[in-house]
Design a protein around this ligand. Structure first.
Ligand SMILES: [Zn+2]
Ligand SMILES: [Zn+2]
Length: 280
């Protein structure tokens, strides 16, 4: 599978020359299978540029939302393929205890927040509630599970038929309420089973170690926690993701280098930069 990062920023789109290398667009990752299956992980502002690259020959797109915080859905209405008559678009994401996924999304995709109603889109939309049983989407096996983050939030594990595994946990605080992290086995740690042995783990690394204590319970991880989580899960490569809007390229270079030097991971770490492509 081919995995492309279209948006790596957390919380709020953060354009600016000092953010150009890591990127200012919010969460969006595309996954293209060898047989042509197209998955889109989250619909942050990065999804707009992805939409412009999708050829007319594509017949079906599956958008997998981890949760409905604004930074993960804000680009949805600007995803050009939604305006292609008859295109088969499947949206997967969590409902709440009172509202189903479609009703939750309609709150944003309707006036006054957005000029077009969800029901007016010309594509053929189908909604799926997650977490759900392990399921096949085209050539991929997809597993979803609830993870630690404010509000209903899932992570995804995508397995290709040729064996490559991608785990996507962009907003995740597995260290919450744990005295020393990681102290529990991975199957007792939020996201641990989803990430076990993954070839590529895209994981929340919003804060520095010094910033985390002031943001405990906000639903995100520090870089050192992301690195420890990667070790616990036994991944082959970690992509720290969902960078804090206040961290410039220079800040991120420094913070990542320091965290890697301290953790000394036995796997590869590739900082999440907009435009990076991975082949699994
Ligand atoms: Zn987020
Ligand atoms: Zn969030």
């Amino acid at each position: 599978m081919q995995v492309t990062l279209w948006g790596t920023r957390g919380s709020l789109a953060t354009p600016g020359p000092e953010m150009a290398r890591y990127g200012g667009n919010t969460s969006c990752v595309s996954v293209l299978g060898r047989a042509g299956t197209m998955l889109v992980l989250d619909a942050g502002t990065g999804i707009r540029r992805l939409g412009a690259t999708i050829p007319d020959t594509v017949r079906r797109i599956d958008i997998l939302l981890t949760h409905l915080h604004m930074d993960h859905i804000q680009g949805l209405g600007f995803f050009a393929p939604l305006y292609r008559p008859g295109l088969d678009v499947h949206v997967w994401g969590p409902g709440s205890v009172t509202l189903r996924l479609q009703a939750r999304l309609r709150r944003y995709l309707s006036p006054p927040l957005f000029p077009v109603n969800l029901s007016e889109l010309p594509c053929k939309l189908t909604f799926h509630e997650v977490p759900c049983a392990e399921t096949d989407i085209g050539e991929f096996r997809v597993c979803s599970a609830l993870v630690c983050h404010p509000g209903p939030t899932v992570g995804y594990r995508v397995t290709a038929p040729e064996g490559g595994v991608l785990t996507y946990l962009p907003d995740h605080e597995p260290a919450l309420a744990v005295q020393r992290f990681p102290s529990l086995p991975r199957e007792w740690t939020s996201g641990g089973t989803l990430a076990a042995g993954a070839d590529l783990l895209i994981h929340d690394g919003q804060y520095s170690a010094a910033e985390y204590p002031g943001h405990c319970g906000w639903g995100h991880s520090s870089l050192d926690q992301a690195l420890d989580f990667g070790t616990l899960a036994g991944v082959k490569r970690l992509v720290p993701f969902h960078h804090d809007p206040s961290h410039t390229d220079t800040d991120l270079d420094l913070l990542l280098a320091r965290a890697i030097e301290e953790a000394r991971p036995t796997y590869e770490v590739t900082p999440g930069c907009e435009g990076t492509v991975f082949e699994l």
